[in-house]
Every structure is written in structure tokens, then in C-alpha cells.
Write a protein that binds this ligand. Structure first.
Ligand SMILES: [Zn+2]
Length: 465
């Protein structure tokens, strides 16, 4: 082999390296990557809504020794507890050797995903078919949600205080549901609509039945028959929809993608693909130097508002409870805390490369992606992480040999988006976004790379240990 020239050597020293990290991955490492992917897929299959994600997370955490928070208890180093916020968001805490005012290591991900929610008065009959009216949740391309099998998840909360869980469409023996679309033969008018308007919000109606109740006199017999089925199964009447949270999600299971099985296709990667690594990491640590806190939030997809979103005081109060127990100031604890806002970024899609600026686009298989800022319109609506904090994270990643990259959410002034980072930053915490690049984000079936998921998990573990 020819000796390297001075220029080649200098280039090696000065340039940022951008080689495919999987070129020389060892079999041993790949085995770990695929094993973690199996665990993640199992989590994902059971956690399709925020409520289910909380439930499954508690099951996993309790096996690792976490117990429900007890305000009367005095927690000591190594104790593990969780604070369940209305069954829709949750914080896991492992008490560290140092007191809370030396700062916490916080990982924050969200467990809500784009979907269609049933309206308070959803059920109707039209043309002898029964349907549900929906109001979509989060940013979706509506046309993607038609003509695919759908499942119904959620709860009816009854006046007597009881809550009935609903989960129909996931088991192979279950029926599923669908939003119908127009046949191309009769879509001449529809085809003139813009893509954004191709399917309208009020056209996202879910087909749920067609059999009439057998009666010669009553009207709306198909609707009646559906209510009879629901009444027999869940003990509910039409009025119970008024106090229900029923979410319509794709009835698809997580699957390996590609002949080489290197990718995962599933509904709800955003942001369970970061929530699961964060959870797995906090479940693995024993006695951290600083207190580790993993918060899994709701409502990120609609702006983090509400008492289960991260714009609320939930996280602040979890930190305050711990600080007060230790007799230290919680504002100092927050000010000294560090956070990884574990959220996804857009991966570079070879079919739609022009929405990205190549030098600052995240790529699948290039590892966990640091997003220094999100937002839009000249960095508005974002927490732009400080250079010093990014340097801290960079050093941590490199020291641990973790593969990582940086990314921006698309070309300047093309669009934009946000994460929970700014809400945590507004509490005085140092925050940066770090997570997994995704293809087809917010679609019913999103794609991520197994390797990126694993490197994100390693990051979370390194950060909280
Ligand atoms: Zn999202």
C-alpha cells in the first residue's frame, strides 16, 4: 500500500469523518443490536397509546425494582421509584449518590403518537352503514390513514368511576376498522384537490359495521346493533362516549424491513423509539453518581400542553419532591440538571433528498442524532442548546465509543417542528435533543434503523449511570 501523502494525513486529522459506521461492524455487536431490536419491537407491539406505554413501562420497571412513589417514605441512595401521572405520563427515578441540588441526569421522551381520536359524539349511521367520526391528533398527512386496517384502543370512563379498557383489532382473530377512500374511477373531482386536502379532516370516518338489528319498526338499526354489541361487551351506552378516550391507530405489528433485516417498520416509533431506550437504560442502572430521572410524556404531538404534557409542572414537582425530601433547594437542583430530550429527527430519504441540506441531514445507520435546535422561521420556538452543553454530550459520546451524528429538521425555511426540549430548558435545565432518525415520520408505518436504536440506548445508559 502506498504511503499517505501529507495532505491525506492532514485531512485525516482535520476533517470530520463521515463513513458508514456499519461497514466494519463486528458480528458480536450486530448480535447485540438485533437482540435489542427484538425487545423494542415487543414493547412497541404492546404500547400503541400513551396509556398502554405507561402500563407496559411500569411492568418492565417493576421487574427492575421500581416501586410507586410514596410521599411519606424517605428515599435513600439507590432507591428506585416512579410517579405515575394519570396513567398517561410517568417519571422514573433512581436516587443517586450526590444530593439533588448537584443536578439530575434527566432523559425525556414522549409516548403519544399521531392518530385519530373518536369525537365525543362519534357514532352514526349513514346509508345503512355504521361509522365513527374522528378528530385527528398531531400532525398527519390525512390521505395516508385511509384504506389501511385500523384498531381501536382506549377507555370508557363511566359515571360510577369505573374505567373500561378497549383494545380491538390487534389480535389476528379480532375484527379491525377502516377509513374508506374513493375509487379512482370516480375521483376526478377529488384528484384536483391538493395533496394536503386530498382527504379532509371530516372525511376521516371509521367504518365499523353494517348489520341491522332485527326489528321492523325502529330506525337506525345498524347503529343500534353496534351499540348492542358495545353494551354487551363493555356495559356502555351511547352517552358513555362523552367521557371516553378512544384512539384509532394502525392495526399493524412491528416488522423487520429489508432483505438484510436491518430496519424496523412500525406504527408509533415517534417517539417510543427513544422512550424505550431511555426506559431500558434507567432500568439497568443500579447506583448512579447523580440522580437519574426518566420522564415519558404525553401530548408532545399537540404542543406539550395539558397536565400530562411537559409544558406542565409535572416534571418540576417530581424534582421538587425529591429535593425537599433531601432538604435541598429544588430550583438549584433544576439549574444544575442536564437533560437529553430523547426525540426523533427526520432521516434523509433518498426519494426526497431535496427537503434536506445534505451537510446537516441525519442518515439512517449513522447512529444517534444530536439536534442542537429544532423550530422554524429563524430558530423560533426552540431551545437552542448551548455550545458548552453540546460539547459535554459530544465528549460523553466519543469517550464511550458511541456512534452519533448531527441533524437539522430539513432545509432552512422549508418547515420545521418542535420537541419537549424547550419546556425542560425553560425550567433552567441544560437540554439538547438526541434520538433516532426516522423515515416516513408521522405516517401509519414509520421506519428506523436497528443500529440507531441501539446506539440511542447506549447513549441513555451512559448519560444516566
Ligand atoms: Zn412527532
Amino acid at each position: 500500500m502506498a504511503e499517505k501523502t501529507v495532505g491525506e494525513k492532514l485531512k485525516e486529522e482535520l476533517f470530520l469523518k463521515k463513513e458508514n459506521p456499519l461497514k466494519n461492524i463486528s458480528d458480536e455487536k450486530w448480535e447485540k443490536v438485533t437482540a435489542f431490536a427484538q425487545d423494542y419491537k415487543a414493547f412497541l407491539a404492546k404500547a400503541k397509546t400513551e396509556r398502554e406505554a405507561v402500563k407496559v413501562s411500569i411492568e418492565i420497571a417493576e421487574k427492575a425494582g421500581f416501586k410507586p412513589f410514596d410521599a411519606a417514605k424517605k428515599y435513600v441512595v439507590g432507591d428506585k421509584y416512579y410517579v405515575n401521572n394519570r396513567g398517561k405520563s410517568i417519571a422514573f427515578v433512581v436516587v443517586g449518590k450526590q444530593p439533588a441540588d448537584s443536578g439530575l441526569q434527566i432523559t425525556a421522551a414522549h409516548i403519544d403518537s399521531p392518530r385519530m381520536d373518536l369525537k365525543p359524539n362519534p357514532l352514526y349511521e349513514d346509508s345503512d352503514l355504521a361509522l365513527f367520526k374522528t378528530h385527528y391528533y398531531g400532525g398527519i398527512k390525512k390521505y395516508q390513514w385511509t384504506t389501511i386496517p385500523l384498531a381501536l384502543h382506549g377507555v370508557f370512563a363511566k359515571k360510577d368511576g369505573s374505567v373500561v379498557e378497549v383494545n380491538i383489532g390487534e389480535d389476528d382473530s379480532d375484527p379491525c376498522f377502516v377509513v374508506t377512500d374513493l375509487l379512482p374511477h370516480l375521483a376526478q373531482e377529488q384528484s384536483k384537490r391538493t395533496l394536503n386536502d386530498g382527504i379532509r379532516g371530516e372525511e376521516l370516518n371509521i367504518l365499523i359495521g353494517s348489520l341491522p338489528f332485527k326489528d321492523d319498526k325502529a330506525s337506525e338499526l345498524v347503529k343500534l346493533n353496534i351499540l348492542k354489541i358495545l353494551n354487551e361487551k363493555y356495559g356502555v351506552t351511547e352517552a358513555d362516549f362523552l367521557s371516553a378516550e378512544l384512539e384509532v391507530v394502525p392495526a399493524v405489528k412491528p416488522r423487520d424491513i429489508g432483505l438484510d433485516r436491518s430496519l424496523i417498520g412500525a406504527y408509533g416509533h415517534d417517539d417510543r423509539v427513544c422512550a424505550y431506550p431511555a426506559l431500558a437504560a434507567i432500568c439497568e442502572i443500579e447506583v448512579p453518581e447523580k440522580t437519574a430521572l426518566c420522564v415519558l410524556a404525553d401530548k408532545e404531538e399537540t404542543g406539550s400542553d395539558g397536565n400530562t404534557g411537559l409544558a406542565s409542572d409535572f416534571l418540576r414537582f417530581v424534582v421538587r419532591d425529591l429535593a425537599e425530601m433531601q432538604g435541598v433547594d429544588y430550583t438549584v437542583a433544576l439549574r444544575n440538571s442536564k437533560c437529553l430530550s430523547a426525540d426523533v429527527n427526520a432521516g434523509l430519504d433518498p426519494t426526497f433528498k431535496d427537503v434536506m441540506e445534505a451537510k446537516n441531514a441525519a442518515k439512517l445507520n449513522y447512529g444517534a442524532v444530536i439536534t442542537k435546535y429544532t423550530g422554524a422561521r429563524g430558530k423560533s420556538d426552540t431551545s437552542d442548546a448551548s455550545a458548552e452543553y453540546v460539547a459535554y454530550v459530544r465528549n460523553m459520546l466519543d469517550s464511550a465509543g458511541i456512534t452519533w451524528q448531527t441533524g437539522e429538521l430539513g432545509r432552512v425555511d422549508l418547515g420545521g417542528g418542535g420537541t419537549v426540549a424547550l419546556y425542560v430548558a425553560n425550567m433552567g435545565v441544560d437540554v439538547v435533543d438526541l434520538g433516532v432518525p426516522v423515515l416516513s415520520m408521522h405516517a401509519p408505518f414509520e421506519v428506523v434503523s436497528k443500529f440507531d436504536v441501539y446506539e440511542t440506548y447506549r447513549t441513555m445508559l451512559e448519560f444516566c449511570k
